[in-house]
Design a protein around this ligand. Structure first.
Ligand code: CTP
Length: 398
């Protein structure tokens, strides 16, 4: 799939830079040509020689290197690629990208390019969570920049949390997705999936039986048509698909926040089985039996409705908002009412009565409700439902 593709790989200065050595090898194994560019700080982490040896190409480092300008001007350099990949992307380089700076070769190439850009952020947890970085990320997304990672884990700086650069196979999948030709190429779509977990105390929670299978299949199908998918998932039992940006959350409120952070998008598909209620009096410490034989009373509070919130946005509403309706009786009537109540464009309705075996199963039987009416699809695998739905979304956005 990457055969004959040209990747301009911009390496900025972070400890994760060592991973790009492997990334270059894997890209070349797949037939891609890699032109490395490094920032001044990157050279503190990997040597120009290792990059050029693995890439089999000259490393570009300096904007004012006249030989480089004679060989290939920076405009040409930035546009000769099929994809620009920034890995690792430091907080500083992302800030300069968002601000439109052009004060070194890397930022100048990024400003001058008209090819798609994929960034793999890597930074300290606090830096990743800082409002300035959140703003820059939102700006970059709005500019059409694709993002892979970061992952959560132990960091070189000794802290734990999100900020670790995505692993090489994840970056490769994101590169393949970015270069995939399909009707949804360049379209950003948010997909929610899986159950949510609502804590009762630090060790107990309320959950539901959603496996995340249908949402995962939809995200995979959309990515297969070339979409840039942000996959916001609760604690699902099936693994997330490759080639999408995965955002892991636990609670409904976290899911809403993650969806809002993922906007703007052209379409949003809400396949998650979000808990309608959370425990309002969740305990900060493990609840203990008090010996009286009386059980504690749980109080519930209604969770925000993520679908209705996004469907009701007056500014920045995705062009196509797709909800699901899990019903156990009068499926079509309830789903039609739900479409009106939630303000979404389409509802994918299904019967989740235990007898149907749909929840947690491999198959699904859905009715698609749009402004035009209702269509009932035959019983299909969740994979097939996802393919059909992705195709319909592609047609609607075309
Ligand atoms: N949904 C959501 N946020 C919530 C609840 C539901 O985004 N807090 C979304 C689901 O992802 C799904 C749709 O709303 O796309 C419908 O979910 P469903 O559980 O069928 O509907 P409810 O809102 O629970 O309505 P009801 O109680 O009438 O079944």
């Amino acid at each position: 799939m990457l055969s004959g593709k040209r990747i301009l790989l911009i390496v900025s200065g972070g400890i994760a830079a060592y991973k790009v050595l492997d990334l270059i090898r894997r890209l070349r194994e797949r037939g891609a040509a890699v032109t490395p560019v490094m920032t001044r700080a990157a050279a503190e982490f990997v040597t120009p020689l290792s990059l050029s040896a693995l890439a089999g190409e000259k490393v570009f480092r300096d904007l004012f290197d006249l030989t480089d300008e004679a060989e290939m001007g920076h405009i040409q350099l930035s546009r000769s690629a099929d994809l620009v990949v920034v890995a690792p992307a430091t907080a500083d380089l992302m800030a300069r990208m968002a601000g439109g700076h052009a004060d070194d070769l890397a930022s100048t190439l990024l400003l001058a390019t008209d090819t798609p850009v994929l960034v793999a952020p890597a930074m300290n947890v606090r830096m990743w969570q800082h409002p300035a970085t959140r703003r820059n990320l939102a700006t970059l997304r709005g500019d059409g920049v694709r993002v892979v990672g970061p992952n959560e884990g132990d960091m070189a700086c000794g802290e734990f949390g999100p900020g670790r650069m995505a692993e090489v196979p994840e970056i490769l999948a994101a590169i393949e997705a970015a270069l995939a030709d399909g009707p949804l190429k360049g379209r950003r779509i948010v997909v929610t999936s899986g159950p949510t977990h609502e804590p009762i105390d630090p060790v107990r929670y309320i959950a539901n039986r959603s496996s995340g299978a249908q949402g995962t299949a939809i995200a995979r199908a959309l990515a297969g048509l070339g979409a840039e998918v942000v996959f916001v998932t609760g604690p699902a039992t099936v693994a997330p698909p490759a080639g999408v940006q995965v955002v892991r959350v636990e609670t409904a409120r976290e899911m809403l926040e993650a969806v809002q952070a993922a906007l703007p998008a052209e379409a949003a598909v809400f396949a998650a089985a979000v808990a309608d209620w959370r425990v309002a009096n969740a305990a900060g410490q493990k609840m203990k039996k008090d010996g009286s034989g009386r059980a504690p009373a749980l109080e519930f509070a209604e969770n925000p409705d993520i679908l209705a919130t996004v469907a009701g946005l007056s500014k920045g509403r995705p062009r196509l908002v797709v909800g699901f309706a899990a019903e156990t009786h009068d499926v079509e009537a309830h789903a039609r009412a739900k479409r009106g109540r939630k303000g979404c464009d389409w509802i994918v309705a299904n019967d989740v009565s235990p007898a149907t075996g749909i929840m947690g199963g491999a198959e699904n039987e859905v009715t698609l409700i749009t402004a035009e009416g209702a269509e009932t699809w035959p019983r299909l695998t969740k994979h097939e439902v996802a393919q059909r739905l992705a195709q319909r979304i592609a047609e609607a956005l075309a």
